[in-house]
Design a protein around this ligand. Structure first.
Ligand SMILES: [Zn+2]
Length: 342
């Protein structure tokens, strides 16, 4: 694939296009936006475009850009040359991928030092050396300090692309040294239409469910397990209200995911409680269960629970104990849902 295949991020792509056309590529770029929205995909295809040795399809990348803003021919990745293929396979000697490692899920200082050294040499094959740093907000303190140095003393022909879905967690000193490009979710209707266009097997109802469940994040919507994951979180939610089993979450990622789904569900319960409208729900296909939960709960309790979920989710990054968190959450659910003043 190439940049032209990235759907729904015209603004971000236009900025990148401008950089390529003017041949003024920032030394450090920061892709900010929700998980599953296309940041990494864009970074990879931007890297492919910069190092592509083939011929691209040309000007149709930004077909909807007004003619006066569109400069003659725009270079895009061909997707077929050896450079493009190597980057897709993750085996290009000039492209580096970095992300959190190990139990703590952090980017370590040794990883940054190694990167710094790799960037200090001239490119081996391509025109540019490009480092893609995923979840850049997970740089630990010493790694962040080491990284600041990398940012301040850029190697020639090197580009750093930082990616984060929690941009505020990244040090301001790092953020301020990067050109920020925001990625935004697609409007639900647009996404629903795109999904149906691309996937003939999706009927309107399914496309619209995927659009709302994913919150307009295409990467999520196309994840085959989206509905299964939602159902899994729903089951645990219900179990917690009854007699829960122990050790229900596999690891921290599963916990994080569960709290995200839990927040969506609480949002739906609150929406139904205040409006009584099923058409405003995200989990539209679960409207009967949501109605039941909202009927037996007080709005105050639902909102309080939602705040608690938010706090717990934030604290998950500090390695909360799984079993204790589970017991605590389960208690909260029982206490705050199902209580209604009469
Ligand atoms: Zn190519």
């Amino acid at each position: 694939m190439a940049l032209k295949d990235i759907i729904g991020q015209e603004k971000a792509l236009n900025i990148l296009k401008g950089c390529i056309n003017k041949e003024r590529i920032p030394h450090a770029i920061f892709f900010a936006g929700d998980e599953g929205i296309g940041k990494k995909l864009t970074a990879i295809n931007f890297a492919k475009t910069l190092n592509c040795t083939g011929t691209s399809d040309g000007p149709d990348l930004f077909a909807d850009v007004p003619a006066e803003q569109d400069t003659a021919v725009f270079k895009d990745a061909c997707g077929k040359c050896s450079s493009c293929i190597k980057i897709d396979k993750g085996s290009h000697p000039d492209i580096f991928f970095l992300g959190p490692e190990g139990d703590g899920g952090q980017i370590t200082v040794s990883a940054i030092r190694q990167l710094e050294e790799s960037l200090s040499y001239k490119p081996f094959e391509g025109e540019w050396k490009i480092a893609i740093i995923d979840n850049a907000d997970r740089l630990n303190r010493s790694a962040a300090n080491a990284f600041l140095q990398t940012l301040e003393e850029p190697s020639q022909k090197s580009i750093l692309i930082l990616i984060s879905s929690r941009p505020d967690m990244l040090l301001t000193t790092i953020r301020s040294r990067c050109q920020r490009i925001n990625f935004t979710p697609l409007p639900i209707d647009t996404m629903s239409r795109l999904l149906q266009e691309k996937h003939a097997e999706f009927d309107h109802e399914h496309a619209s469910l995927l659009s709302t469940l994913s919150g307009g994040r295409l990467g999520y919507a196309l994840n085959e397990n989206l509905v299964t994951q939602r159902d899994w979180s729903f089951d645990i939610f219900n179990q917690m209200l009854g007699a829960p089993e122990d050790n229900i979450w596999e690891d921290r990622n599963a916990m994080e995911e569960w709290f995200e789904w839990g927040q969506l569900l609480l949002r739906d319960i609150a929406v139904y409680k205040t409006t009584g409208r099923a058409d405003l729900l995200i989990n539209r296909d679960k409207k009967d269960e949501i109605k039941k939960m909202s009927d037996v709960s007080e709005l105050k309790g639902i909102l309080k629970l939602s705040r608690e979920f938010y706090t717990i989710k934030e604290r998950l990054h500090f390695n909360l104990n799984k079993q204790l968190t589970f017991n605590y959450t389960s208690l909260l659910l029982k206490e705050m849902l199902g209580k209604k003043d009469h």
